[in-house]
Design a protein around this ligand. Structure first.
Ligand code: ASP
Length: 614
């Protein structure tokens, strides 16, 4: 095959996508040509999307990551060329030379739709099998097929756009943080397994038989050590690994924008990362925000039943204990909390059948509600309710007033143990928000949730866990209470100097001011059930560092994949990862995880029997 078909022709146009001049294969990309270039001779290269043969003409859509340009081959001008074009299959890779001309039938839905390229030379750079799914914005490929042939999937515009978007977010993050004096420092990937948090992925050490590295769940301890080392503003866009069951917004390996700062208070950290968030939204989406709202954890739970409330809509909780208990309705009387939401204008939309379906939805094990009480506020001021037997219209009127309900509204009420009921109602609120179309795309509501509990009681294990992680400091006013021990309830009430950034009901990131005092850190380990020996064994290096002048410090990490998804109004982080794992944690393209042979197992000291040497 002639390797250099175009050398005699060299317009030496600067490629718009690099500073280099590439003229061997293409002078322009497939998304670039406009009416202004009519009359120019150009070279394009890309993949054959489709061709249509109409009598004497063949039209071909040529695609690269910049767009699609229509090519035209004319039987009358060059029958041979036209016949060759007709033989091209989908996804063949070609390079063409031709003349830009105005189209007679324009395509306003395409940026290049005013022009076409009348081809004079065609070179087939490579052939292709017929792809297993259509490479178009809406493909017929299922998830597994798309992942198996991810290189074909990535040829599709929506996937490409997500990856380009992700690259832009990374660039802007680096720009902002670097401008603020942060230094990007890499921390190791082969570290030590620790019992807190999620499950670790482990890696056997060949040189240290029977010993294992763990992949970091986050660079938490390293970034704290860097603060002791005096690198007072650290960041890293870093892979983290957690061996957890997967969901749409979880992957076993994911990326964080991980940061730490020394000599800071909570205010400094929040301001810096509010600044980063604003910078990203402004520079990437052109959106500006005012000062972010803040809410205490307790308040978020009370008003929205969630520590990551979606503030794109209201539907706040209304507590009814004073109006609903003590009236002879046993379910309410025995409940710790009666609480509900008002779904505006939904009374008519919800027939009995719909309400039954909604009740079943709430009873699913994922939510676990016992039942759902409803009150419809009728147009004539009367009420229709499941609990009409126990409550008169006058009673229900006082409820409606408390909800500030109008005729046509639907009240949905749950009861039971307070914490559980709030969480269940939180799910119902979100579901109603979804059904009622209240989560408007393009609407972003950022929120800092602050003052989380320090400790979380685990019923099964009968011990406290750190709600954030064991290095999180209590609020200064709670530190003394923590040091002086205290009963179970006091410990449960300790508040952490921890914060989360939430956007539209998604936790974008979280962090805390850290403990930098060895004694306080030891006390925290004690509360978490570590013996001094265990604490020393697991975290001796950090405690040791604290002996050498640890400055006050704090930090945060943003889930980078998640941030990208939220900014693009999407729910699945998978669509922002070039090569994600499936629900079973498998990479179906490379077929991992996979078995390894006995020799390799032997080298790693994992084999029961070593292969015999000849
Ligand atoms: N290391 C923490 C995490 O991964 C974030 C932080 O506290 O900075 O959640």
């Amino acid at each position: 095959m002639n390797q250099m078909p175009f050398l005699r022709f060299s317009p030496r146009l600067k490629s718009p996508f690099t500073n280099l001049t590439f003229t061997m294969y293409r002078t322009h990309n497939c998304g670039e040509l406009r009416i202004q270039q009519v009359g120019q001779e150009v070279k394009l290269a890309g993949w054959v999307q489709i061709h249509r043969d109409l009598g004497g003409m063949t039209f071909l859509d040529l695609r690269d990551r910049y767009g699609i340009t229509q090519l035209v081959f004319n039987m009358e001008d060059d029958a041979d060329l036209c016949k060759r074009a007709r033989k091209l299959g989908r996804e063949f890779v070609i390079a063409v030379t031709g003349l830009v001309q105005e189209r007679s039938a324009k395509n306003p839905s395409r940026p290049t739709g005013d022009i076409e390229v009348q081809v004079t030379e065609l070179e087939i750079l490579n052939t292709s099998k017929i792809p297993p799914f259509t490479i178009e914005d809406n493909t017929d490929g299922g998830d597994d097929l798309r992942m198996k042939y991810r290189y074909l999937d990535i040829r599709r515009t929506p996937v490409q756009q997500n990856l380009i978007f992700r690259s832009n977010v990374a660039i802007e993050t680096r720009k902002f943080l670097t401008d603020q004096g942060f230094i990007e420092i890499e921390t190791p990937t082969l570290i030590k397994s620790t019992p807190e948090g999620a499950r670790d992925f482990v890696v056997p050490s060949r040189m240290n038989p029977g010993r294992f590295y763990a992949l970091p769940q986050s660079p938490q301890t390293f970034k704290q050590v860097l603060m002791v080392a005096g690198m007072d503003k650290y960041f890293q866009i870093v892979k983290c690994f957690r061996d957890e069951d997967l969901r749409a917004d979880r992957q076993p390996e994911f990326t964080q924008i991980d940061c730490e700062m020394a000599f800071v208070t909570r205010e400094d950290v929040l301001n810096t990362f509010e600044g980063l968030t604003k910078h990203l939204f402004k520079n990437i989406l052109g959106l500006e925000f005012g000062v972010f709202s803040r809410m205490n954890y307790d308040e978020a739970m009370r008003r929205f039943g969630s520590d990551k409330p979606d503030l794109r809509f209201g539907m706040e909780f209304v507590e009814l204990n004073d109006l609903a208990k003590g009236r002879g309705f046993g379910v309410f009387d025995s409940a710790e909390l009666v609480v509900g939401v008002c779904a505006e204008g939904q009374a008519e939309a919800y027939s009995n059948k719909n309400l039954n379906e909604l009740t079943d939805w709430m009873k699913r094990p994922q939510i676990g509600a016992q039942g759902l009480v409803h009150v419809k506020v009728n147009a004539d001021g009367s009420f229709k309710s499941t609990v009409g037997k126990f409550f008169s219209d006058d009673d229900l009127k006082t409820w409606a007033e408390k909800f500030k309900a109008k005729p046509g509204d639907l009240l949905l009420i749950l009861s039971g143990e307070a914490e559980k009921t709030r969480k269940q109602l939180g799910e119902l609120r979100l579901e109603m928000g979804r059904r009622m179309g209240l989560m408007k795309p393009g609407d972003f509501k950022p929120l800092w949730v602050v003052n989380f509990p320090l400790l979380e009681w685990n019923e099964d294990e009968q011990r406290f866990f750190a709600m954030h992680h064991p290095f999180t400091s209590p609020l200064p006013e709670d530190a003394e209470k923590m040091m002086s021990g205290g009963d179970h309830e006091t410990l449960k009430g300790l508040r952490a100097n921890a914060y989360d950034l939430v956007i539209n009901g998604t936790e974008i990131g979280g962090g805390s001011i850290r403990i930098h005092d060895r004694n306080l850190q030891m006390e925290n380990f004690k509360l978490l059930g570590f013996t001094p020996e265990q604490a020393e064994q697991q975290f001796g290096f950090l405690l040791g560092a604290f002996d050498y002048g640890a400055p006050p410090h704090g930090g945060i990490a943003f889930g980078f994949d998640r941030l990208c998804a939220v900014m693009r109004g999407q729910t699945s982080i998978r669509d922002f990862i070039a090569f994600p794992k499936n629900n079973m944690g498998r990479d179906v393209m490379i077929d991992a995880p996979a078995a390894i042979d006995d020799v390799q197992l032997g080298e790693l000291n994992l084999a029961v029997t070593l292969p015999q040497k000849a």
